[in-house]
Write a protein that binds this ligand. Sequence first.
Ligand code: 26V
Length: 824
Amino acid sequence: AWRKHQVKNFEDQDGFEREVVRHVETTLARSLFNCDEKAAYAATSLAFRDRLINDWNKTQQQQTYRDNKRVYYLSLEFLMGRALDNAMLNVGLKDTAKAGLADLGFRIEDIITQENDAALGNGGLGRLAACFLDSLASLNYPAWGYGLRYRYGIFKQEIIDGYQVEVPDYWLDFNPWEFPRHDVTVNIQFFGNVRKTTNDAGKTVAVWEGGEIVQAVAYDVPIPGYDTPTTNNLRLWSSKASGGEFDFQKFNNGDYESSVADQQRAETISAVLYPNDNLERGKELRLKQQYFWVAASLHDIVRRFKKSKRPWSEFPDQVAIQLNDTHPTLAVVELQRILIDIEGLEWDVAWQIVTSTFSYTNHTVLPEALEKWPVGLIQHLLPRHLQIIFDINLYFLQLVEKSFPDDRDMLRRVSIIEESQPKMVRMAYLAIVGSHKVNGVAELHSDLIKTTIFKDFVQIYGPDKFTNVTNGITPRRWLHQANPRLSELIAAKCGGKAFLTDLTNLAKLEQFAEDKEFRKEWAEIKYANKVRLAKHIKTTTGVTVNPSALFDIQVKRIHEYKRQQLNIFGVIHRYLALKAMPLEEKKKQLPRVSIFGGKAAPGYWMAKQIIHLINSVGSVINNDADIGDLLKVIFLEDYNVSKAEIICPASDISEHISTAGTEASGTSNMKFVLNGGLIIGTCDGANIEITREVGEDNIFLFGNLSEDVEDLRHAHTYGSHTIDSDLEQVFKEIEGGRFGTPHDFGAMIAAVREHGDYYLVSDDFHSYIETQHLVDEAYRNQDEWVTRCIKAVSRMGFFSSDRCMHEYAESIWNVEPLAPAPSE
Ligand code: 26V
């Protein structure tokens, strides 16, 4: 009987409309006359959600039944963006929905934009996790993501009087894409103490007791693959007071307030995403988040493994766990604890299992981002884990001593415990010691970690433990969804939509790079995308920009190492040059729109100053009648995933100009090139591999190389350096009050002039300006420009996150895809 009544998916417009109407009338209990865009969004989402649930259940059943090795991607951040558009495209019924919604009186774009972004991440690291989930599902890998269900995602940014103001992102008021699993809970212990006792077998064992319990509740989010029924799972944990007798006791004793306070304290754990990107501040709540999420996830994974009744030795054959940066490193310790304290395995047997299970991805070399936790804090919060960390360190150092006898400095350098005041646990070292593979995210970055921050570990373990997997992006969201017209044009020339599942098919485009008609269509699409962005700029900032001008875009988190200050100093230089030009010459200049966007961490004062300078410069230049369309400066408020989908298709040039050696990879560089824009960039991160693929003629590189950075910094500090005279001119104008109160920007200038110019802005300024001139010159020849763009796109096949997932699967996880169950 069950089979006979199985839920049927809608297949056509009529079926879709029927489902929408049904959801409006019954699920939402609304009349059709009273169906606004929010309700239409809700009903459309529910209709698609029903489809996903079917595939999702089947996928999970199939994965359980086949019982192959699974991948678990542990990440504190998943920057998913919107789900509806993605679900419609992956299921292949967007056109059907579009027609159906039109029939019901709605424009599909108005419905799609009702959805709040799921913004559970800061930037590149979180968006990478989201792209990986898309690829894993699309390639039919049995994979789960594990994260935290933050009540507040990354803050919303408002610009008020040119300054960033943070507004909380309460995104959960209506979220049809998650399923609370109130039956899937895990009790998580904090604090307490450790007692040693002897068990029945006469062995000394540790018992962690006392402290407090917080409950983790699972919320599941379906992750549909593109053009496949495989629908994977993203499990997000939410924290809740454990309830039970303890609280009732308090309640009955009339201690109502304190029982409510307990509850609120528990819920605080998953309340908010930490908004720092590349800065570690060592807050206790952050450590609590990490353990809460790691312990719940591992409990879940172990529970699933135990159902198969296999011996523990097979755990690494069934489970691969990827640590997305060091944030989940406590998982290494937690699994060791489970195996020795709860399952009774011997240390060495357990440790073998642990290290075969985990692998670790490093995403930054910036010293201020490397996680360290005070020993005292861990002792207090997780007393048993600290003991295990000490033991892991002891055995590790013994091993090191065998290969490096008498090298006491080596032991001090590589110790997981930093002998500082206070003592610190170095999480990256713990992650390396607890993993069988460590990878960087672009070639240069992977080389740098081997020669700098993890150099000693290469000596100890040999080079094979360290590997590179260059980042990638999903072409479904970042081309097909964000740029539907370009996707269609490519499909028409590349033998259909195959490029969306094998991006190397883009190579077929190259033969059309000089084709006049094709170039024209290409340019028209770029223009239309610029018009779309110009409209967005007009409605959000009130500034009119000319879509025929060169659009120069830098959108990413605001950080000194990413050098938005270099960009804005360059803009000022351009403005001064225009102002100084005789009219005749000015008329010959190429109009340009400089577009910025990105959030500053709320506590990052200098980043906020940079935002303020950009806005101040904008308000002067945009209102200067002498300049008109020749130069506009725009700061786009609240850059996020859904805005990126409008912005990336609209660039002529985008900026990826970090100080060489600081940007681990970058991924927006890939998004912009894939959408037919060229880039201006430094020899850093994935820019280097993009250059190798697209060819030096199709990218604008400038600036010093990473191998020279150390010497240049030295020269700043020890006096043999003078600041570029054009840059001095820019500083003088700022100091003269041309862009508002000079005092506001004093620190930015002092950072370059007086404090050693750590990010080498002055060293790269001249090269940057010259290269921007080359961009202008190149852009004047539109035919050649478009040819370059087409060639660049045709050579971007390598940067699909599908390729990344294959590489991880083969060289790190040892997992294979699982063909979806045949549909009945
Ligand atoms: C550190 C911290 C410290 C505590 C507060 C929250 C927080 C959040 C993130 C991080 C680590 C940041 C590392 C990171 O985001 N790296 C970026 O990773 C991208 C994906 O691999 C890469 O493209 C970027 O170049 C890299 O900056």
